[in-house]
Design a protein around this ligand. Sequence first.
Ligand code: SF4
Length: 310
Amino acid sequence: MTREAYRRLLDATLLHLEGLKDLGVTHVPVRPESLAALQSVSPPRTTPPQRTQSTTPSATPSTTPSAARAARPAPTVEDPAPEPLPVPPRPTLFVSPPLSLGERIAALAALKTRALACTRCPALVASRKHVVFGTGNPQAQILFVGEAPGAEEDQLGQPFVGAAGELLTRILTAMELGRDQVYIANVLKCRPDTPGQLSGNRKPTHAEMGTCLPYLQEQIEIIRPAVLVALGGSAIEGLLGRSPGYVTQIRGKWLDFHGIPIMPTFHPAYLLRTQSALDKRRVWEDMLAVMERLGLPVSARQRGYFSKAA
Ligand code: SF4
């Protein structure tokens, strides 16, 4: 790795860690294998010191941010052209033991308090009515992930209310589950602002979702669901940190979030918009796959839903 690439990786990592710190994250667990991989990346050699040995910097990834910045070699004319910015490491989750119910309730309440006071996105803070944290069972096996609050969610402070929320409730009822048995949250906790618009919602940007993702990561870390269901392309993008392509092509195929399986499927609002019987059936097939993965009983009646729509 060149000195410039190393410096840019260090910058990106520090920026990421400082962002987590701003959100109140105090610990970032690291798997032993990740630590070993980090340690194998040695800082590039600088030009041998001209004066004394003490001027040679040592900028390993474990150095404190201020010390690392101080140790960063100054750019010189010999530096090669910058390389593409390496992707900063994402935090390793789920290394601590699962929490008890009481601990989960307390941890979620503390996290919610932090989220309600969050001001990291000034434009969204200025326009939001509520921070929509998430709701449901702290011991849920399934965590449904949406993209961001819409106008009704912003008004009420609850995720998935309104017509799309009612459809999600109907899907859950068909699975013989109640909303109190699952957990429902969005990647973005504040409604995307819509300057100049009197109605309608806007898709969250990649940057907005990346800024807010640590809250969802902590929710997942606390709840430890067995399965995530990502509703719509933006939710999938927010979870994975990259564009997933067309939902039509990836739905129904298991993805991974730090070892937790993700079932990608269509957003209920999309089903309401298109009224496509085929897509409704696809969502149901995805929910059957979730039930099977969790070992939930699937009756012949449930298996036969939408069979006439084929
Ligand atoms: S969207 Fe998330 S990160 Fe941005 S202000 Fe709201 S809670 Fe904070």
